[in-house]
Structure formats: C-alpha cells, structure tokens
Ligand binder design. Structure first.
Ligand SMILES: [Zn+2]
Length: 225
C-alpha cells in the first residue's frame, strides 16, 4: 500500500502559511499511514517559488526533520520524495536535489525516492534508449543508492523528452510509448519496483484498460517480443 500526499502541499513554500500547512499535512498523513499499515507515502519535494533552489531545499529539510522520529518506529512507512520534471521552480527535476535533501537530513532510514516515468522523461532521461535507462540507473545508484529507490509511477508523457513539462498521458499513447515502457519492464532492477499508474483517465474504471496494456506488454516481453 503506497499513499500519496496531496499534490497541493508545498514543503518548499516561502510563505509561512502554506509552509506550516504542508508540515502539518505531512505529519498527519504519515500518522494515517502508520494507522493503516501503509508501506510508503510519496511526496512531491515542492517548488521554491522565489529565491533559490538552495532556499527551497533548506525549507524541505526543515519540513521533514520533525517527522524523522516517527519514521524511526519499526512499523513506520517510508517517505518517498518523487523525481520531478523540473517545471517552473520545482525541486527534484535533478537527482542531485534529492541527494542534497537526503544528505542534509543525515541519510535517515526510510526516506527514499519514488521514480516517475513521465517526470524523468521530461527531465531528460529517454526511456526509449537502453543506454539512457542505464544512465538513469547508474545516476540513482551513485547519487541516491538503489536501496532507497522504492516505487515507480508509470505514466506516459504528452511532451517530448527534455521538455521539462509535467503532463501525463495514457500508457502507450504518449512520447514514451511501447518501446520506452518495454525498457522499463524488462530492466532487472526497474522492472521489480512496485508500479502505480497516474494516467489521465476519465473514470477509475479506465484504469482496467491501462493495467491490461501493461500486463499485455509484460507478457509479450516474457514471450520474447
Ligand atoms: Zn508521479
């Protein structure tokens, strides 16, 4: 069970009200995760809005520090910071940002990373090229440590690689396409991560089609396709 902290909270907000609100929601949602026995809670790092990336990172660290004792409990969920597209003043469009947050927090147990195929594609990792997929895995290993990579959001992208635009598309209908997702599913490390869809469906029922698409591709790959 992997939860998502609301997209509207901004842990990097320079404004006192929204920052306090983000800190409160983070704590409350992690407490809810503890109550229901969730394995992880995914959170967007946030946007610095004004000033510098460094200022934003400092605020994210300040927001997460108070919940670290909660994450040390044996039944605690992981807090997973998501890789972002780098749109606007978003933090997390570079893996180096996430590394710096982890570093400043002192590499706590149970703080890790959730990958997003659309966001990483927008940030410049081209899933359609196996060498680029390896570059990503190497970057994750070097900057974050693979043991902290705990989940993967599966989304196709409405915009081309490197666009820094965060617009999800249905599976196989965007620029990542069948070839790109085949490289994800057949990868010995990426293919084993828990995967979650965040594709733009009109109703939840349509996720059935999305899941069937992924399973069909998986079957074709297993059959040598
Ligand atoms: Zn996502």
């Amino acid at each position: 069970m992997i939860a998502h902290i609301p997209y509207t909270v901004n842990l990097a907000s320079p404004k006192e009200g929204p920052f306090e609100f983000a800190c409160r929601v983070l704590r409350e949602d992690l407490e809810r995760c503890l109550l229901v026995g969730a394995h992880a809670a995914v959170c967007h790092p946030g946007s610095f809005v004004e000033g510098s990336v460094e200022d934003g990172i400092a605020r994210i660290v300040r927001a997460i520090e108070p919940v670290l004792p909660l994450l040390e409990r044996p039944d605690a969920p992981w807090l997973l910071l998501e890789t972002m597209s780098g749109q606007g003043s978003e933090i997390g469009g570079e893996l180096g940002h996430l590394r710096e947050i982890l570093e400043r927090l002192g590499w706590p147990a149970r703080v890790g990373v959730c990958l997003d195929t659309c966001h990483l594609f927008a940030a410049g990792y081209d899933w359609r090229d196996p060498a680029e997929v390896e570059r990503l895995v190497e970057d994750l290993d070097r900057l974050i440590g693979w043991d902290r990579v705990r989940a993967l959001h599966l989304n196709d992208s409405k915009f081309p690689c490197g666009s820094r635009r965060d617009r999800h598309e249905k599976m196989g209908q965007g620029h990542i396409g069948r070839e790109g997702f085949a490289n994800v599913l057949r990868h010995p490390r990426l293919g084993r991560l828990p995967m979650l869809l965040e594709t733009p469906v009109a109703s939840d029922l349509e996720y059935g089609d999305e899941i069937r698409w992924v399973r069909q591709l998986h079957r074709e790959l297993a059959a040598g396709g």
